[in-house]
Design a protein around this ligand. Structure first.
Ligand code: NAD
Length: 514
């Protein structure tokens, strides 16, 4: 199931390697082994925690140790913030075109090392290798996109309302940014923040997820090779100390902006912390996406495929994944039949396995949560059509891709994000009813529907209380499209022409006596 491991490595260390490799771990074999790094990247150097403490990172498919990373405490992170702070004055004045060239080089290095990056993602996150390759392309696209946006941060010339005055605006980088990201997209969640931050002229301290730190470290190594100046990108890691590190980043006076992707609960805590120094913030938080199939749909198979892609990508661990699939009564049985047939075709296994379409969930807790949602639904009258159990033969982190029918609004899955491979099919009768059900959630990240009635398409797209709508598609992630939510899914937008504004401030300059 896994690439053959060979120790000691026969690959000579490349000139940039600054680490010592030890043997005996279940490490990914990469074309460029120097991309596997068990340190933190501060001020252009690879360093350990001052205390010497480390934490272990395990392969979610096998539970085997992949490696260790430094357990940073607040004094270590303080150094990273200082480095970013010292690098800011000169980086902010770098020509935008020069920053664009740096990002472009970083993008190119990601593409050149795509295979190794994908392997690292599969190794530490568990998603199938083909999905990991897709993530690398998506992640790299943020560097390419924002290399193009960097030189276009135009201001305005504004007709003043005071006689003799003239007003212009300029956009300026906000300063040192603290970036906190989750494990479900180990590369893309980070590049989606670092790309616009650097394009804007900001410097960053990114705390990578403790489950998937090695992809982030490989990205930092590529930043180094791309010639990003020291101190501009700093990557810190912590496991036990996460809350303390998060508190430091969100309260430190030198950090002017915090961008977090993760759960609504942690977002709520960080927002409170960030209020002490009134930071600029953006929160990309949890979702609970409705996926609606109307009976006027012209191609039911397209709707089935859309729902499959939306629900089961990364084993249901994407924040935009369909959580509640509403199907109009007249087509409910047929939809359920075709949908279930597709799920039965899935091949569950370790992400490197031949033909594997779906991997493990990130940890045992995630599998337990999926099972809790299934048990809650069945106890309230839902039927398991396929799956419904822990796939324990494969390991503790595997859950069978599951389809439930006969769902209703009183079940946990209707109100809580499952974040696992469980699809609940809810019947509905009218457009009014389903829009009300869809909008009942406290969160509002993504929403999807399939319909061929153009008037309904506009009505429903406008009525859904979400930040992103997919019409006749189950996949909406695109660097060109603004990504973000409403309600308790947070605020701020990533990607697109709006993403860079999150890392800039608008300054007005008024000229008198003209
Ligand atoms: P989480 O909120 O527990 O953790 C996310 C990240 O924050 C991790 O790196 C974690 O180590 C860190 N973290 C946790 N507590 C912290 C604290 N007190 N201070 C600082 N950092 C802290 O979320 P998770 O369960 O790992 O990820 C899944 C959640 O993330 C889901 O709710 C999902 O919807 C959401 N998510 C949202 C988006 C989006 O763009 N809106 C994208 C991906 C995931």
């Amino acid at each position: 199931l896994r690439p053959r491991l060979r120790y000691p490595y026969s690959i000579p260390p490349p000139p940039v390697a600054r680490r010592l490799y030890t043997t005996g771990h279940n490490r990914p074999e990469l074309k460029d082994q120097s991309l596997f790094i068990e340190k933190c990247y501060i001020n252009g150097e690879w360093v350990n925690a001052k205390s010497g403490k480390t934490f272990e990172v395990h392969d979610p498919a096998t539970g085997k140790l992949i490696g260790t990373c430094p357990e940073f405490d607040t004094s270590d992170v303080e150094k990273a913030i200082q480095a970013a702070s010292e690098a800011f004055p000169s980086f902010r004045t770098t020509l935008a075109r020069e920053r664009a060239r740096m990002l472009r080089r970083w993008y190119q290095l990601m593409m050149d090392n795509a295979e190794d990056l994908a392997k690292l993602i599969t190794w530490e996150n568990g998603k199938p290798l083909t999905d990991a390759k897709g993530e690398v392309n998506y992640a790299a696209s943020f560097f390419e996109w924002f290399s193009e946006e960097a030189p276009r941060t135009y201001g305005d010339t504004i007709p003043a309302s005071v006689p003799g005055n003239r007003v212009i605006t300029i956009k300026q980088p906000v300063g040192v940014c603290g970036l906190l990201t989750p494990w479900n997209f180990p590369a893309a969640m980070i590049t989606r923040k670092i790309g616009p931050a650097l394009a804007a002229g900001c410097t960053v301290v990114a705390k990578s997820p403790s489950e998937t730190p090695f992809t982030a470290n490989a990205l930092a190594e590529l930043a180094h090779r791309a010639g990003i100046p020291k101190g501009v990108v700093n990557i810190v890691t912590a496991s036990e100390n996460t809350a303390a590190v998060g508190e430091l980043i969100t309260t430190h006076p030198e950090v002017r902006k915090v961008s977090f992707t993760g759960s609504t609960n942690v977002g709520r805590l960080l927002m409170k912390q960030a209020s002490s120094t009134i930071k600029k913030v953006s929160w990309e938080l949890g979702g609970n996406a409705p996926f609606i199939v109307f009976d006027d749909v012209s191609d039911l198979d397209a709707a089935v495929n859309g729902a499959i892609a939306s629900k089961f990508r990364s084993s249901g661990q994407t924040c935009v994944c369909a959580n509640r699939i509403y199907v109009q009564s007249g087509i409910y049985d047929e939809f359920a039949k075709r949908f279930t047939a597709k799920v039965k075709d899935f091949k569950l296994g370790a992400g490197f396995g031949e033909g594997v379409t779906h991997g493990p969930v990130i940890h045992e807790r995630a599998a337990a949560k999926a099972h809790e949602h299934v048990q809650d639904a069945t106890s309230k009258g839902a039927q398991v059509v396929v799956g419904g159990q822990r796939a324990s033969a494969l390991g503790p982190n595997f859950y069978e891709p599951t389809v439930l029918t006969g769902m209703n609004k009183d079940m946990l899955l209707a109100s809580e994000e499952t974040f696992g491979p469980v699809a609940g099919l809810f019947p509905f009768d009218s457009e009014k009813e389903v829009v009300e059900l869809a909008n009942k959630a406290e969160v509002g990240l993504a929403g999807y529907f399939f319909s061929s009635d153009v008037r309904r398409i506009f009505r429903v797209a406008e009525a859904l209380e979400v930040g992103m709508v997919g019409v006749n598609t189950g996949l909406i992630s695109d660097v060109a499209s603004p990504f973000g939510g409403v309600k308790q899914s947070g605020f701020g937008r990533e990607g697109s022409k709006y993403g860079i504004d999150e890392f800039m401030t608008v300054k007005s300059v008024t000229f008198g006596g003209m």
